[in-house]
Design a protein around this ligand. Structure first.
Ligand code: AGP
Length: 607
């Protein structure tokens, strides 16, 4: 998704802007640009491709005292330098960057063209800056406010004017913006990663907010021009958490981090004395939770897969009816809100438009929606009726790994809490907690297969199609493995319930289509072994992820990845790690941009 940065202060503005954009690269982009302002002059430089093109093109000697920058993930208009941001108005004195989609831009553009305006780009963004120019009579904030009143759609905006030195105006509606508070300097960014190197004091803007920022501070008002007071919050993570450290890619770092991020999701939330979980953020007392008859989960992508595991746990362990739905489907389906039904919105970024708008629709109809979110202060986290942060730390790689296992870990806590409310005995709760707390050690063992998995990736990376198959609680893990492979290696991969292969997909089996089976030693193992035989019998290569010592599966499969034995409920956490590593090394083998795969964004803040 697009990234926005802004700065006013004594530092070299070009460097601050470029550093900020670099921290936002993980969001995914295809072009970038900056506008550096100084003594009534604007230097605008834009380039297609990666930031290094922009860095080479920028005149770093230009002192600059304030500026804005942008990484663009194309929505309206092709990937060209002209369409890249910042966009200038007709006078060349106003510069603007935008994240979001303006739905009525064509009408507004026609209105301006009738007044003689000529447009350089195909973007919806250029309409905004030309509108501001049309309203501008010397009061920049007023011109921005008048423009915003005409816009339909979503925006995060940063605007500056050559004749208003050291002022940046920011406006937010649907696309996140954060103000960073420094000493005699101020920062703006799409997320805190853009400023954490300079300040840890931030203000999260809300929809409708307009900020006028200068070196000394900021003034925040809402769309009715009423002053808005917001508390300054402190960024919860350290700079090194958003650096690769000794790892070649963020994705590999985050795969290995799971040994530590999973405990962070449950630490301080387990009540060992009463053998249950304590989740204060739910804002619900036991008496209220006891009356919950049904749980519904909304999410997208990997978070949807985590929600599927969560629904399985809530039904199997807590005996609560639970369903998962794609956020994008819920929003426009006029959902029926049942009494005593509790919703969870699962989102790593907390900014996914599909999930955010679905949550708002459910809340509008009277539903209670709790968030299971990673990004602190994100929109879903702030607008939900409470929830649980997963504390996996910033996830930079576009392909989600540690967030998935931390989301699933939160569902273990929820399932335990509900189960102990309803039927689970104290000894059973103690046993469950002991098994959960043993998972990080088991994950370390699973990671020891890394070199072997890398060798398998070398062997299989040339194949064009893969099937991923799992059953029960590992059916969502098969879906997640297929998503990981396709999104970073670009190899076509599909996930199925292993039993489902007989109902069509088996027609795909051939020597050129490997099937990757998840075969934990659980209640469905023998059924999955039968499915493996069905594939082998038709000449399909089989890779099996099975538990150490399963000699039958080792004999049957062409290649095997072993994982340590865990009880059935916890198999997703160990089974997913080999799939993450396999997709990572296949992508590496194919020379892919592992952390920023083509066409993808880390946080999809548009519908
Ligand atoms: C997962 O690897 C992808 N990056 C994508 O499917 C992602 O899970 C999805 O866009 C949802 O993002 P969220 O968790 O931030 O809402």
């Amino acid at each position: 998704m697009c990234g926005i940065v802004g700065y006013c202060g004594p530092r070299a503005t070009p460097e601050v802007l470029l550093q900020g954009l670099k921290r936002l690269e993980y969001r995914g982009y295809d072009s970038a640009g900056v506008c550096v302002a100084h003594h009534g002059k604007l230097q605008v430089v834009k380039r297609v491709g990666k930031l290094r093109e922009l860095t080479l093109a920028l005149d770093h000697s230009l002192p600059g005292s304030y500026g804005i920058g942008h990484t663009r993930w194309a929505t309206h208009g092709g990937i060209t330098e002209t369409n890249a941001h910042p966009h200038l108005d007709r006078t060349g004195k106003i510069a603007l960057v935008h994240n979001g989609i303006i739905e009525n831009y064509e009408t507004l553009r026609a209105r301006l063209e009738n007044k003689g305006y000529r447009f350089q780009s195909e973007t919806d963004t250029e309409v905004i800056v030309q509108l501001i120019s049309d309203f501008y009579q010397g009061d920049l904030e007023d011109a921005v406010r008048q423009t915003l009143s005409l816009l339909k759609g979503t925006y995060g905006l940063a605007i500056l004017h050559a004749d208003h030195p050291d002022i940046i105006i920011a406006a937010r509606n649907g696309s996140p913006l954060v103000i960073g508070v420094g000493e005699g300097e101020m920062f703006l960014g799409s997320d805190v990663a853009a400023m954490v190197a300079y300040t840890r004091q931030v203000i999260y803007m809300e929809d409708g907010d307009i900020a006028v920022i200068d070196r000394q501070g900021y003034r925040l008002t809402n769309s009715f021009d009423r002053k808005v007071d917001k508390k300054i919050e402190t960024i919860s993570y350290q700079l090194e958490e958003i650096e690769k450290g000794a790892y070649p890619h963020f994705m590999l770092k985050e795969i290995h981090e799971q040994v530590h991020s999973i405990p962070r999701a449950y630490q301080g939330r387990i009540d060992h004395e009463n053998a249950t979980a304590k989740l204060g953020g739910l804002n619900m007392k036991s008496q209220q939770l006891l009356h919950i008859d049904r749980v519904k989960i909304i999410a997208a992508g990997t978070s949807w897969h985590a929600g599927m595991v969560g629904a399985y746990l809530l039904e199997s362990l807590a005996r609560i009816p639970a369903q998962v739905e794609l956020s994008s489907e819920v929003r426009y389906r006029n959902p029926i809100i049942e009494k005593n039904c509790l919703y969870f919105a699962v989102s790593q970024s907390g900014e996914t438009a599909d999930t955010l708008f679905a949550m708002r629709e459910l809340q509008r109809k009277g539903a209670t929606v709790l968030g299971i979110v990673n990004a602190v202060g994100s929109t879903i986290a702030r607008e939900s009726n409470g929830g649980v942060y997963i504390h996996s730390g910033p996830e930079i790689a576009v392909a989600s790994t540690k967030a998935f296992t931390s989301q699933v870990t939160v569902f273990y806590l929820l399932a335990l809490m509900f189960a102990r409310l309803r039927h689970l005995s104290w000894p059973e709760g103690k046993k469950f907690i002991a098994e959960l707390e043993s998972v990080p050690g088991k994950l370390s063992l699973a990671l020891e297969q890394e070199a072997h998995i890398q060798a398998l990736a070398k062997k299989y990376a040339a194949y064009k199609d893969f099937l991923f198959l799992g059953r029960g609680i590992n059916f969502p893990v098969a879906l997640e493995g297929a998503l990981k492979l396709k999104e970073i290696s670009y190899i076509h991969a599909e996930g199925f319930s292993a039993a489902e292969i007989k109902h069509g997909p088996i027609a795909l089996i051939n020597p050129e289509t490997p099937s990757l089976f998840l075969v934990p030693n659980d209640s469905l193992r023998d059924k999955v072994v039968s499915n493996i035989n069905e594939v082998k019998g038709r000449g399909g290569p089989v890779i099996a992820v099975c538990e150490d010592g399963d000699t039958e599966v080792m004999r049957l499969a062409d290649d095997v990845i072993t994982v340590p034995s865990v009880s059935e409920f916890f198999t997703p956490l160990v089974m997913v790690v080999p799939l993450q590593l396999f997709s990572y090394y296949c992508a590496l083998e194919l020379g892919r941009d592992v952390d920023q795969p083509r066409n993808l964004a880390k946080s999809v803040t548009v519908e």
